[in-house]
Design a protein around this ligand. Sequence first.
Ligand code: SF4
Length: 655
Amino acid sequence: MVTIGDVPLGGDNPIRIQSMTTTDTMNTLATVEQSIRMIDAGCEYVRITAPSLKEAQNLKNIKDELRKRGYTTPLIADIHFTPNAAELAARLVEKVRVNPGNYADKKKFETIEYSDYEYEAEMERIRKRFTPLVKICKEYGTAMRIGTNHGSLSDRILGRYGDTPLGMVESALEFLRICEDSNYFNIVLSMKASNTQVMVQAYRLLILKMQELGMNYPLHLGVTEAGDGEDGRIKSAVGIGALLEDGIGDTIRVSLTEDPEFEIPVAKALVRRVESLNLESLKIAISPKSKKLSNVKLNKLKLNYNPYQYERRKTDEIANFGGHNVPRVIADYSEREHVTSASLFSVGYHYSVPTDKWTITEQACDYIYVGDNVTRFEIPGTLGLIYNKSVWVNLADKTRCYPLFTFEEYLSVKTSSDQLNFLSVTLDDILRVHQSKRINKVYQFEDMLNHEYYRCDVVLIFETSKEHGMAEQRRMFMELKKRNINVPVIIKRNYKKMKDEDFQLYAAADMGALLLDGFADGVMLSYQRPQKKGCDLQLINSTSFGLLQATRMRISKTEYISCPSCGRTLFDLQETTAKIRERTDHLKGVKIGIMGCIVNGPGEMADADYGYVGTGPGKITLYKGKQVVERNIDEAEAVDSLINLIKQGGDWVDV
Ligand code: SF4
């Protein structure tokens, strides 16, 4: 457990929620008022940037004013590059956050090969630079977060470990060892990245390393530069939710390019979700065994996949599922009374009566599950329809129509599609032995799938009725691997009676966790709103494509890597992000970094293709990858210049 003012963290304490101010730290009143809005929304720690000594000193005024107004919430000083500001802040506030990538290093974007001798000499230099802060924290009872960011690893770490989760872990461990050498243990760790795959792997690897070293520090979870709106929420839920659902994480920060008080409801929903799950069910997923880090034990021996490195599950290609195909999106129209051409508008197919043509958007679903609902119009050429088997067998025209079998139906199958069949299965179906009427013999699941009487052109749909269905579905994937079954799999989840925002976050957390491990070949989401009839198919469709984009499994839109902004930001980041989004949101697959400051921005925008970075009041610097292309241009012209740069880079398409 870590002591942070009077709000302890880790151990048996609840998962804490935190955020960071975006005001100028020298503007005491604005920072106090924003902090109060955050605290009133449910923020349990408030982080404030301290870029130099004067801001560090002003933390005292901010703290005094908050206390005067009756707010005792612990404050955290956010430090990059400035040890002197850290040493002052550590005497004034309850916690300091240091970034091991830039506490004692300047970023040069150079990859340098260090010999062992040079590496040790560097470590000695860092020890000298960092130890005074450790001693101050120890003396003043101040907590510390060693917060590694994927985008700002030091050149030393990059030279030795590369841009990898292992490099992130080693970066934190270097600083951690210095702390432990001074018998200072009031420490929290984080491994943030904008890439959710890297982020999740880094936290898992950190836990493994800590176990090997006998360490047990609490973890702060976050996805950096997640962006704004629906994209930012889904991306945060994918990364943070995937870990929380495994019982990992003691405090979270959702980073949105929005006012910080809007981050809190998202964080609360994610915590509420994990608190409602019975994490005991993780035992069936053979993963961390308890929700508390102190008991977490990733039992690598029992896992039959590697949770530390992304690898897509190898599957046979059936129709356009599995193999090298992107994961498919199936929309569920089975609850609709009628399906007409107009109904498809919500899932990306726009029919024009005058031209008698379909326009297909980048986020058009691939299949529609219509259940028993026979459609009576010509469907678009890229779309497939899935019928319940009893209706499908009687269809006069079966072109691009495929049957869905229940498990019992499949056991006695007589007629099936010679192209593509869907089979609904539960964990129980996979585990138990079956009596097949067709072959009159007791069979295991894998025998049945492989038997000559059964067709092999089957795609499985994983069903679960468990609240913590992610754990059960993960177990199902492990069972398939154990049984050498390589058929493609769709993960299906149903959500009922919740708010739209919660549906998006929960679906992203549940499905994201499986997609980040490369497990699924498609997603099928259902959601029934509380009082209202029916469901919002557009919301469900955009959530499906959003979570595939957030896990980088299927890119269907532009990716914005925008920082949440902080006291260092020199322009209106929210307004600028909106302007850039308006001009570029049709550039599928292009990654655009929009960062508030030159000190941290270029490093933090990670693998963006183009960067828009604030360099001074009204001044912007543009990047192509990590290379500066135009320096200090006027903000008024900067968005146009960014568009020109994208055009020159060959990534522009006209709408
Ligand atoms: S990149 Fe953004 S959030 Fe990070 S320090 Fe700079 S302005 Fe603040």
